[in-house]
Ligand binder design. Structure first.
Ligand code: NAD
Length: 347
């Protein structure tokens, strides 16, 4: 069996590649090796961009350095493939404000091309969407008790309204991708899923302030840099460990029921930014200086996924608890401090 993982050299993509390799599949990681937000991370950009690639090569993954915007290249690469996991994206809201064309072409056109490839080959496909598709209207539904954001019901199902509140280009481009997943299911019978992910974290996450907050916090804690929070720190997510996130693709391939699915940690894995920092500090035994900045346009204050639909459709069930997952992330960051311009100076 053979899988093509777009964005395979990215964080989530590399975990999808690793999982399918562990099941004996031939794996092609299709990636243009850009990861634009690294340019302003202060990390060793060249090393960071090739870190996951080197890991994948070591486990026998074939790397194709190409772009999902290029339909001809994609058509060549999918030859003989049984399943496509589409993780390639421009994932950062900040970059979507600055370069809406890049955002649109990477996310909307890129997803369209991947769906078209799956249609021509008559194979199933699962594409990463995001909770950004809900928009920011959820911010108006929550209450604050001083220590927490609260909301009833605690978990938000796929039937919740989408594109509410203030929107950015990223909301539009991710939503367009999942709308086309539905369209390809309805019109052409493609077994296409869109996974609305949130808060994925784990090893090989080159998190910076634009994308990948859990890793960014761990990196800043371990390299003695202050952690910047945009807002009051009560922002809450049901975080999801990378191997659990990757397993959604594996489970979906076993039971590919087309549709849109929330893929998160669910209510037991809900944690606020301030709680996550405390947990990280207790794992690393290092304190972090925390600096508060104004909230960023388009940020969602609260989101906890109702994951029942994915559980009943294809048995999705996260298993790694936040302490265990953040410990593994901290171990990986500690072993790779050179990637992050890392001194080990005390915070
Ligand atoms: N990490 C999260 O918490 C999170 C949350 C919600 C949704 N998602 C979605 O999950 C997916 C994976 O996210 P990630 O955190 O692994 O991101 P990532 O940036 O680590 O990985 C994305 C990869 O896609 C590649 N890429 C970008 N544009 C490309 C193009 N045009 N052609 C080919 N490759 C391209 C990049 O080089 C990178 O390796 C994205 O679709 C993202 O929107 C992630």
């Amino acid at each position: 069996m053979k899988i093509l993982v777009t964005g395979g050299c990215g964080f989530l993509g590399s975990h999808v590649c690793e999982l399918f390799r562990s099941h004996g599949w031939d794996v092609v990681a299709y990636d243009n090796l850009t990861k634009y937000e690294l340019d302003r991370s202060g990390y060793d950009v060249e090393e960071a961009r090739s870190h996951n690639r080197r890991f994948l090569e070591s486990i026998g993954v074939q790397i194709v350095v190409q772009d999902v915007r290029d339909m001809d290249a994609l058509t060549d690469a999918v030859d003989g493939v049984d399943f496509i996991a589409h993780t390639a994206a421009q994932p950062a809201m900040t970059i979507s404000w600055e370069d809406p064309r890049l955002d649109f072409e990477s996310n909307a056109l890129g997803t369209f091309n991947v769906l078209e490839a799956a249609r021509l080959l008559r194979i199933p496909v699962a594409a990463c969407s995001s909770i950004h598709t809900y928009g920011t209207g959820i911010n108006d539904e929550i209450t604050e008790d001083g220590r927490h954001y609260a909301r009833r019901p605690a978990a938000i199902p796929e039937t919740h309204a989408t594109l509410t509140g203030v929107l950015t280009p990223l909301h539009g481009s991710k939503h367009a991708g999942e709308v086309y997943s539905l369209v390809y299911g309805h019109t052409y019978g493609v077994r296409a899923a869109a996974f609305r992910y949130t808060g994925i974290y784990g090893p090989r996450q080159l998190g910076a302030e634009d994308h990948g907050w859990a890793a960014n916090f761990v990196i800043r804690n371990l390299t003695g840099r202050p952690i910047r929070i945009f807002g009051n720190g009560l922002q809450t997510r049901d975080i999801l460990y990378a191997s659990d996130a990757a397993r959604a693709f594996w489970n979906y391939f076993q039971r590919p029921v087309a549709g849109i699915y929330n893929i998160g940690g669910g209510p037991p894995h809900a944690i606020s930014l301030l709680e996550a920092i405390s947990l990280i500090e207790s794992i690393t035994s290092r304190r972090s200086e925390v600096v508060f900045e104004p909230e960023r346009k388009g940020d969602l204050r609260y989101f906890v996924s109702d994951i029942d639909k994915a559980a009943s459709a294809f048995g999705f069930k996260p298993s790694i608890q936040p302490r265990e997952g953040l410990t593994k992330l901290a171990e990986w960051v500690s072993a790779n401090l050179q990637l992050f311009g890392g001194s080990t100076g005390a915070a």
